[in-house]
Design a protein around this ligand. Structure first.
Ligand code: SF4
Length: 481
């Protein structure tokens, strides 16, 4: 079966991360945009997190709640379905992207809608909903400002929270002048003027739309409620104005009780937008006569999540609340942006989630898109040990390769050398002669690719082991070299 990439049209193919990252690195404007944006967001996040003395306890509570939900996910999902149905919602189950897209399209068709308005949603990007609806003759209009920018540009999001992080203000101004009809030619690149132009463009669409489409940040099993957090108010318009609302919800979004939300409503805004409180938090439970959409659908989506759940180490990725804090501290993401990850989930969370959702054999370069510095784990509000999962996935990548690679052969040889004291001492003696044999850096060395971006320290004239023997006599404790 051809590899599938989350949110990426199949025709683009599974380009490896290193090749795409190399191209991104050559774009100095992109690097400037990314450095400015990530530095600003992570500095603000650190400030607001430092205000809470019990941040680490909140983090532990968030982790515990998510782990509890994942441990009994089947039961909580059924509880959610019962509660949501009792409140008037219609619940659909989707095994994969095709089933979820078909469910949304069927609702839109049933109401004769040729256009739907969308709240910013990662999961609908993941399943390629816009393309699927377009194939059915239904236009999906993004209403989040950054998503709208990406859509107008025919581009792809490059950040979970700030999808147009790779574009600066003057690029957005140019785009609006070209793509939005009736925009004042005197439009400047001041943020409030750009926002006003987008608002005017969207207002007409909001008022005409019959069907709204959303994702959800949380789904409360106890009450059957869905929760969306957003900053612009466009989400509230999509969730309340149309007659019909369809929400696509990944099954990992479940939290057991209403009280659990208290923890996440503190963790998420500080970690994502560096705000103490979220500007717009919309909660709805089924249908309320005369108030908001009168037909509410919930599509519960698997799309590889149960496979992730089956992996004891990797399942912690399902705790993710998509705050994007890990992206903003990642030295790799800061330099290359989101596009080289070839997934709607970029950065550290993408490096562990995408390979698990699509299979490591289909995304084998992503677990290596990390320096393993651990900054992502430090900031993650639900304490996902991303480096642990990266190392775990790297082992799976190695095991999945049918043939031995030069690297795996070299590693096996190293293990053989390091496994015996005499072999190790002999290797050290040989290494000192290596300049003659071309094994250390040089134009003809087989290590040239590795050393082109790293410094290999010079091999000392005397090993630590030899020094110890000369100075103290005998071997150092623990057999170190
Ligand atoms: S892995 Fe953690 S830090 Fe990264 S987006 Fe998910 S919750 Fe946020």
């Amino acid at each position: 079966m051809a590899p599938t990439w989350l949110g990426l049209p199949a025709r683009r193919g599974p380009e490896k991360f290193p090749a795409a990252a190399r191209r991104a690195l050559a774009d100095s404007q992109l690097r400037r945009n990314l450095r400015k944006a990530t530095t600003t967001i992570r500095t603000r996040r650190a400030e607001v997190v430092a205000e809470l003395e019990d941040w680490e306890q909140l983090r532990a509570a968030g982790k515990a709640i998510k782990d509890q939900a994942l441990a009994s996910l089947d039961g909580y999902l059924e509880q959610f379905e019962r509660a949501a149905t009792a409140a008037g919602a219609q619940v659909h189950w989707a095994r994969d992207a095709a089933e979820a897209n078909a469910a949304v399209a069927a609702v839109a068709r049933a109401h004769g809608a040729r256009e739907v308005v969308k709240v910013k949603s990662m999961v609908t990007e993941e399943i390629g909903l816009n393309d699927a609806l377009a194939a059915d003759g239904i236009a999906a209009v993004e209403t989040d400002l950054a998503e709208l920018i990406v859509q107008l540009a025919g581009d792809r999001p490059s950040h979970i929270l700030v999808p147009a992080i790779h574009k600066n203000r003057s690029e957005v101004r140019e785009l609006f002048l070209q793509k939005i009809g009736g925009v004042d030619p005197a439009l400047t690149d001041e943020p409030h003027r750009l926002a006003a132009a987008a608002r005017e463009h969207l207002r007409r669409t909001f008022l005409a739309a019959k069907v709204g489409v959303s994702g959800a940040n949380f789904a409360v099993a106890e009450t059957g409620s869905l929760v969306v957090l957003e900053s612009e108010g466009n989400g509230r318009m999509c969730l309340t104005l149309p007659e019909v609302l369809v929400s696509v919800v990944g099954i990992e979004k479940i939290v057991p009780t209403w009280a659990d939300l208290e923890v996440f409503l503190q963790l998420l805004p500080r970690s994502s937008t560096a705000e103490r409180m979220n500007p717009y938090t919309t909660v709805w439970t089924g249908v309320h006569p005369g108030d908001g959409p009168q037909e509410v659908h919930v599509v519960l989506l698997d799309n590889g999540r149960t496979r992730v759940l089956a992996d004891e180490v990797g399942r912690q990725a399902l705790r993710c609340i998509r705050c994007s804090a890990c992206l903003n501290v990642c030295p790799v993401y800061e330099r290359v942006g989101g596009h080289p990850y070839h997934s709607v989930y970029p950065g550290p969370i993408g490096a562990i989630l995408t390979p698990q959702l699509v299979g490591v054999e289909n995304a084998s370069s992503l677990p290596y898109a990390s320096s393993l510095c651990g900054a992502c784990y430090e900031v993650c509000p639900v304490a996902i040990d991303i480096p642990e999962v990266l190392v775990h996935l790297r082992a799976e990548v190695v095991e999945s390769k049918p043939h031995r690679t030069a690297e795996s052969t070299a590693m096996q040889a190293m293990a053989w050398v390091f496994g015996d004291e005499r072999r190790f001492a002999a290797a050290q003696r040989a290494a000192r002669l290596a300049p003659l044999s071309g094994l250390v850096p040089g134009p003809l060395s087989p290590m040239t690719r590795w050393t082109s971006a790293r410094d290999l320290p010079p091999i000392p004239a005397e090993s630590f082991r030899a020094w110890w023997q000369r100075e103290r006599g005998g071997a150092p404790e623990g057999g170190g070299a």
